[in-house]
Design a protein around this ligand. Structure first.
Ligand SMILES: Cc1ncc(COP(=O)(O)O)c(C=O)c1O
Length: 418
């Protein structure tokens, strides 16, 4: 909250200038590119770009979208919760392995952002604490502030730079002691910004831990799966979800899905919450409460794109999957190049598994700032996070990935030795 008061705004409004690092740095990179051309590396924005340097758009998706009649694009959705066939197809897509057997409901939202906001705004009291990773997508922080929530953080790595769930467990247990209720955000698979994926075994352990914890109070697990469809083990990316079937009565799962990356539709604004609970009545209550938030905040979601999603899933699924998988394989090639080089020169990375982003791990704040600035001075644009510098591999053609880690390591060594 501001010390100053702007009489036209309410007291909670934060009117300090808002700067979005990713958008601002990308604009800087574009300016630099106008002068220095190919020398510039823009690794800031989390959208997939093809090898031709243009944003990738799946043909299957946009051909289908073009076929949606203008009237359907113009019309309101048939239901505030989302069109019934869209809700069904989203669930089918998430449950593609038929491995979720719990009562469920789906609530359409404007992107993963909307799906996350619905949960944050609905499940905690003002002043309560939301648990998120210690390196995280910045919008969680904004949403929490907007809803007057506090944040606490868990670590995803141990002292040997190995992925661990001990941080999630410890912080959740502490929060339950303090608050009597836990809402924990787990951005998995393909965590933004580190590329960490927990895997099925760790998820199983987490669910049995949350079950035990839920004897002391309700546990809400919000699983942010924005990058799910860019996991490298393509056939098995949703396998871990079978462990959700084991949740106890006092655990609620919200899978926050985004169409942005999976359907190359960032600007379209479509996503959904898939809510899973043992108890149908709980789902009815959530549906009714969240419906009011939908209606009051954005009314309904993009009707034309819901039609397109249903058409792709029902009539062009195999073509779509082939096209998407090609993009996943390309991302894998790009990240492999960077990872191999980074290993060869010892660039200190978070333990990347898969996904849009690779992040250099730097804890020291001053070093982090100096390094980030030195990269910019060398025409390399990345996004600075709390404990690292993020390379958006999704936006870099292979030619730009080649040599990048070596270059970044050289600059890192120069900054350290400065
Ligand atoms: C971690 C994470 N979650 C959710 C989202 C939501 O994306 P959208 O609102 O475009 O669906 C993003 C987008 O960048 C993200 O990085």
């Amino acid at each position: 909250m501001n010390d100053l008061h702007e009489p036209f705004l309410n007291r909670d409004a934060d009117f300090s200038p808002y700067r979005d690092m990713a958008f601002d740095l990308s604009a800087m990179a574009r300016k630099d590119m106008a002068v220095n051309g190919d020398k510039v590396i823009n690794a800031t924005i989390g959208s997939f770009f093809g090898e031709d340097g243009k944003i990738l758009t799946f043909k299957t998706v946009y051909d289908s979208f073009d076929r949606v009649p203008a009237g359907d694009k113009a019309r309101y959705a048939s239901d505030i919760l989302g069109n019934p066939d869209f809700r069904e197809e989203i669930f089918n897509w998430i449950n593609r392995k038929n491995n979720i057997s719990l009562p469920h409901t789906v609530i359409a939202a404007p992107g993963g952002t909307g799906a996350l906001y619905l949960m944050f705004a609905s499940c905690l009291e003002k002043g309560q604490t939301l648990l998120i990773p210690d390196i995280f997508w910045g919008s969680y922080n904004l949403m929490a502030k907007k809803e007057n929530l506090r944040l606490d953080h868990y670590t995803l790595i141990d002292e040997n730079n190995e992925v661990t769930i001990e941080g999630i467990k410890r912080k959740s247990a502490e929060l339950m002691e303090r608050q009597g209720k836990v809402l924990v955000l787990i951005n998995d698979p393909c965590h933004n910004p580190t590329g960490i994926t927990l895997g099925k075994e760790k998820w199983q352990q987490l669910i049995s831990f949350f079950n035990e914890l839920s004897e002391k109070g309700p546990v809400i697990v919000v699983n942010d799966v924005a990058y799910l469809d860019f996991g490298y083990d393509i056939e098995n990316v949703t396998d871990y979800m079978s462990c959700f079937n084991d949740i106890s009565d006092n655990v609620l799962i919200a899978i926050a899905y985004s169409c942005s990356k999976s359907f190359t539709s960032y600007g379209v604004r479509l996503g959904a919450d898939i809510l899973l609970s043992r108890n149908q009545e709980t789902l009815n209550h959530l549906e009714a409460a969240l419906k009011r938030t939908c209606r009051s905040c954005w009314s309904n979601v993009n009707n034309g794109f819901m039609h397109c999603f249903v058409d792709v899933m029902k009539n062009h699924r195999e073509e779509y999957i082939r096209e998407k998988n090609e993009a996943v394989r390309l991302l894998q090639k790009r990240s492999q190049l960077i990872m191999d080089e980074a290993r060869s020169c010892g660039l200190p990375l978070y333990p990347y598994s898969e996904g849009f982003f690779i992040t250099i791990h730097i804890e020291d704040h001053d070093l982090l700032n100096r390094y980030h600035n030195a990269l910019i001075a060398n025409h390399i644009y990345t996004v600075r996070f709390r404990k690292g510098v993020r390379i958006a591999v999704c936006g870099l053609p292979l030619s730009k990935c080649r040599g990048l880690a070596l270059m970044m390591n050289q600059i890192y060594q120069e900054v350290i030795n400065d």
